[in-house]
Design a protein around this ligand. Structure first.
Ligand SMILES: Cc1ncc(COP(=O)(O)O)c(C=O)c1O
Length: 434
């Protein structure tokens, strides 16, 4: 029943994360708390990047800050050699704070405000625009100091993703320069004096089909190649985005990243030769693959209710982990002190939020849980804390990093003061002294 990952252990029926007791972590830091394994993040990073580097030395990994923006995590991946993919000025603020050099930050906003464009220009970042209409706007803001480099995010006409809303390219997607505008967009950039170019795509998230990455790279190269030739431009890098899926379901097939790296590089270099593109840097932007399965959300059972169904109430809800409510996503769960007990009950695991969508698992087989038990929810490292909220006026959870058998707090649990820190009440409405 218990699927062993190298950093998750079953010690006599009790869960250990990176050598630390899950129940002990819950006692020490309270619940709900996200726990990340540093070793697992390092291993995921190396496995994926090396799968490309082995076949193409000039491969780089840009980590998307949105996936997990804890500064400790950002420092960790920066230390491993990553660049940063940022989608907002505050992500740039965090990236810089974590030590990413400006020259290694790609600013991939979409539907940008004027001040965001001005910000990206002023910071001197590599800018990745996602529509033809943005180029004139950007150049207007740049004035005389036009950027010498520009990247365009392409919508190659098709995408994929684990859920409908995780498909980021194709006819329904709001992202990217559509194929029939790509030539005009690069031409326009060239007319504005841009001399150095990048090309980028991000066509979907949590894709678990190995060959998809090969096919979509080929498609991008077949779009990029003829245009580069025609316009006499070259690309400093080709960024094929992230989207590398992880196994959320028990027994689900894991991506064969060695196969993907080998085949993507094959098609990439073949197409570079075909179109005379030289040897641009090959970039990938994996978020989920790097941090997703390195995170476990610990939550405590607060109440048991036998209604038409059996409900196991826990202190994490859709405010803590939104993915089940947002996508109907499945997250594996373990009762941390009952790993060796049979899963004899079918229950819904629900949070404390006043929404019926606040159900972290439905009809899930679990060992009989008791009030006070700790439940570990796997694959919480990506789009977990970051998608959390204060809904129902609940302070956000804590985050902990486990390394070499030791746990360190990397984000304090919010307090009541964090709830109204920025709120101002007009004097005329204030209550008198109670
Ligand atoms: C521009 C960009 N790059 C990379 C990613 C990371 O995607 P994933 O976590 O699926 O690898 C995202 C996610 O939405 C993104 O928007």
């Amino acid at each position: 029943m218990f699927e062993v990952k190298d950093y998750l252990e079953n010690r006599k029926g009790r869960l250990y994360i990176g050598g630390v007791s899950a129940e002990g972590l819950a006692d020490e830091f309270g619940t709900p708390t996200y726990v990340y394994s540093e070793e697992r993040i390092r291993a995921n990073y190396d496995r994926l990047l090396n799968a490309f580097k082995r076949h193409y030395k000039d491969s780089e990994l840009y980590y998307p800050i949105k996936c997990n923006n804890n500064l400790a995590v950002l420092n960790l991946v920066r230390g491993l050699g990553a660049g940063a993919d940022c989608s907002s000025p505050a992500e740039v603020y965090l990236a810089k704070k974590a030590g990413f050099k400006r020259s290694r930050i790609l600013y991939s906003g979409n539907y940008l405000r004027d001040d965001e464009m001005q910000f990206a220009l002023k910071e001197g970042l590599h800018i990745n625009l996602d529509d033809l209409s943005q180029i004139d706007r950007l150049m207007k803001h740049a004035g005389k100091k036009k950027p010498g480099f520009l990247c365009l995010r392409i919508n190659p006409g098709m995408g994929a993703g684990k859920f409908k809303n995780l498909v980021f390219a194709g006819p329904d997607a709001k992202f990217g320069v559509i194929d029939k505008h790509v030539e005009a967009a690069y031409r326009k950039a060239k007319e504005h004096g841009v001399k150095r170019f990048g090309i980028h795509m991000m066509t979907g998230s949590c894709i678990t089909e190995d060959d998809y990455f090969v096919g979509i790279t080929e498609r991008l190269m077949d779009l990029a190649g003829p245009i580069a030739r025609k316009l006499g431009i070259s690309f400093e890098f080709v960024d094929i985005g992230g989207g590398f899926g992880i196994a959320y379901q028990p027994g689900e097939k894991e991506l064969d990243v060695n196969y993907i790296g080998k085949r993507v590089v094959e098609v990439f270099t073949k197409k570079c030769d075909q179109y005379g593109l030289g040897r641009p840097t090959l970039k990938i932007e994996p978020g989920r693959y790097v941090v997703g399965d390195a995170g476990v959300l610990l939550t405590r059972v607060t109440s048991l209710k036998q209604a038409y169904k059996k409900f196991v109430g826990v202190d994490a809800g859709m405010n803590t982990l939104l993915r089940p409510a947002l996508y109907g996503a499945y997250h594996q769960m373990f009762v941390a002190n009952k790993l060796n007990e049979a899963r004899t009950e079918k229950v819904n695991v629900v949070g404390p939020i006043c929404e019926n969508s606040d159900q972290l698992a439905k009809d899930r087989e679990l060992p009989p849980a008791e009030v006070g038990d700790v439940i570990a929810i796997l694959n919480g490292g990506a789009y977990g804390f970051g998608m959390g909220s204060q809904y129902n006026t609940r302070p956000r959870s804590a985050e902990v990093l486990v390394h070499a058998g030791k746990a360190e707090l990397i984000r304090e649990r919010e307090t009541f003061a964090d709830i109204d820190r920025h709120v101002r009440v007009p004097k005329r409405l204030r209550a008198g002294k109670p």
